[in-house]
Design a protein around this ligand. Sequence first.
Ligand SMILES: [Fe+2]
Length: 397
Amino acid sequence: MEINWFCPVRLVFGEGSVKNTGKLLLESKVKSVLLVSGSTHTKRSEGYKAICASLEGVGITYSEFGGVKPDPDQDQVRAVVELLKRDGHRALLAYGGGSPMDCAKSAALSFANEMDILDIVYGRKIAQKPALPVFAVPTTAGTGSEMSSAAVTTDSNAGKKLGFSHPSFFPKIAIVDPELQYSMPPGLTAATGMDALTHAVESFLSIASNPVSEAINLKVVSLIGGSLLKAFAEGSNVKARADMALAAAIAGMSFAQTGLGMVHGFAHPVGARLGASHGEANAVLLPFLLAAYIGHSDAKMAELAKALAPESDGSPKSLVDKVIAMNKAMGIPVSVKALSEKHGIAAAKAEKLAPQIVADAAAYRSRANNPRAFSDDELGKLFVLALKGDIGEVAGL
Ligand SMILES: [Fe+2]
């Protein structure tokens, strides 16, 4: 057995930790920073005000890029690069969900290497220099970007979401303050929480997993099993929010080592082509992939089943059933068709786009690590079943 574990992220976790942001940056010799965040709504939040006050309190100068949209594309990354050039900052502070964190990482690497982000993610140019340092403050419990070496950039011309990993994408410090997540609305709690669950499940089932990642992922799955529905129902539940914040962060550390699997392989094109949020796409697809793994990864699925629901019989099917039940409890659609309709795309259009979605999924970078080596034909059939919501037929694949 060989393990090569690399996660050079300092994790600072705890209620109120956002107030120490300025001090932590100063300890890292940062004197000025570009603060990257999402919607303008973010800027009115207490957490954002706290982060600004904390920078000002220690005399760190900063400028703000507050417009990162969900699933940031090349233009967003380029805009952040332009701001780095204009204002002269040599560090970035990302505040928000996966989108601002990923956008900051991509811009940090693009700027340092003087290369366009699409040249880097398509492999047309190799980024030799490390990215500028990124400090991450997550306000959702899902992406794990605060602890991972991955960032997703959308190529808006091709309609593709492109995951890319780089050793220098690990943030210098992840400041994980569960209090920032108390105000997350239930729908976002559900979607991001199921993203975190998918990270742990896919990392655990990956053929590149190892005993360290497995230990972390089982802990993540058990934290999520115990706390996601509580955080969904009662946003200010202190323990549930802390469990979810920690679960999402350490899942990011783990999947950065092992890669993910075909739930993400499908979720990226479903998000890019049908407009679904990343978390929701994962949530809808996860039971279908898990159902297809029965008979291929039973012992590991049994471990996951017990971790997610200790009261279950621990069978692989009980894992599928539990995920379906969690989705149902949080109002997540039962099929890709229903998901696309929810986002204003007619079922007929989703069906028409299916061949492109399957082709994108077939080219997913972590496909080789998937617990079941699907043929292209099987991937196509599985996606048709996920489109229709026909989970009962997956066993026959
Ligand atoms: Fe994800």
